[in-house]
Ligand binder design. Structure first.
Ligand code: ARG
Ligand code: ZN
Ligand code: CA
Length: 241
C-alpha cells in the first residue's frame, strides 16, 4: 500500500476586515480536524450506527500546515469563479499544487460554505475554498458549521469523492459501492434510520449536506477511491514524489 499520505497545506487568507483575517489558532484548529476525520480518530465516530460501523475508514492522510499567506483586499465577497486564486484579481496565486493542497479562506457569499476542484483540473486553480466563518473550530466561526467539517467535505471532493447521493435520483451513483443509494442530500441532523431508495441513508457521511455535528465518517469505499488518485499514474501521484 501507499502508507500514510502526507499532505502539506498552504492556506491563503484573503480578508476585507479583521474577522476575516482569521488567527493562526483558527487555522491550526482546521488542520487538527482534518487529521482526526481522515484517520477516524474524531471523537464522534462512536455515533456511527452499527449498520455502518464496519465501514468506517481510517483513510491514513496526514495534513501539515506548510505556509500561511495573508492578503488584504477591499473586496467583500468572492463568489465561486476562482477570482480569489489570482493575484491579478486581488487574490492569491496557487503555490506548488503538484505537492501542496491549497486552501483559500475568503468570504464566498451567497450562503455558500465552500467549494472544491476535483482532480484533473487546471493546476492554477487547484485546491479548495471555504468562507472564514466555516473554517476551523475556534475564533470567527458560525454554528452549525463550526466543526471544521466543511473543509473535510471539500478535501473529500479534492480527493475525488462525489456527494453521497450521486447528485441525482436513486440510480445516480457516487461510484462507491459501500455508500447506500440516495436520491437527494440530507440537511440538519437527521434521525436514524432515514430511508430513501429502499435503504437507510448514510446521513452521517462527510459527503452528505448535514450539519457539522451530524457528519462523522468516510466509508472504506470512499477511502479506496481517494487513495487511488495518489497511487502511481493517479491524478495526484505527484504528492508521493
Ligand atoms: N455545500 C458545500 C459543498 O457542496 C459544502 C457543504 C458542507 N457541509 C457541512 N456540514 N459543513 O461543497
Ligand atoms: Zn460538496
Ligand atoms: Ca454508493
Amino acid at each position: 500500500g501507499l502508507g500514510v499520505i502526507n499532505i502539506p497545506v498552504v492556506v491563503h487568507v484573503i480578508y476585507s476586515n479583521s474577522n476575516e483575517n482569521i488567527s493562526d489558532a483558527q487555522i491550526n484548529s482546521q488542520i487538527a480536524v482534518l487529521n482526526k476525520d481522515f484517520n477516524a480518530t474524531n471523537g464522534d465516530v462512536n455515533q456511527v450506527p452499527s449498520e455502518f460501523a464496519g465501514r468506517v475508514a481510517d483513510s491514513d492522510f496526514n495534513f501539515t500546515l506548510d505556509q500561511v499567506i495573508r492578503v488584504s483586499s477591499s473586496r467583500t465577497s468572492w463568489g465561486t469563479n476562482d477570482a480569489m486564486k489570482s493575484s491579478a484579481n486581488g487574490g492569491s496565486d496557487v503555490v506548488s499544487p503538484a505537492t501542496h493542497l491549497n486552501m483559500w479562506v475568503c468570504n464566498i457569499g451567497g450562503g455558500i460554505l465552500g467549494y472544491a476542484q476535483f482532480p484533473g483540473g487546471s493546476a492554477s486553480t487547484d485546491g479548495v475554498v471555504v468562507s472564514p466563518q466555516f473554517f476551523g473550530t475556534t475564533g470567527f466561526v458560525s454554528a452549525p458549521f463550526n466543526g471544521g467539517r466543511t473543509m473535510t467535505h471539500e478535501v473529500g471532493h479534492w480527493a475525488n469523492l462525489r456527494h453521497i447521493w450521486g447528485d441525482g435520483r436513486c440510480k445516480r451513483d457516487d461510484f462507491v459501492t459501500d455508500t447506500p443509494s440516495s436520491d437527494a442530500p440530507n440537511y440538519g441532523c437527521p434521525s436514524y434510520p432515514t430511508v430513501n431508495c429502499r435503504s437507510n441513508d448514510m446521513t452521517m457521511n462527510y459527503m452528505d449536506y448535514v450539519d457539522d455535528a451530524c457528519m462523522y465518517m468516510f466509508s472504506e469505499g470512499q477511502k479506496s477511491r481517494m487513495r487511488a488518485i495518489f497511487a502511481p499514474g493517479g491524478a495526484r501521484a505527484s504528492f508521493l514524489g
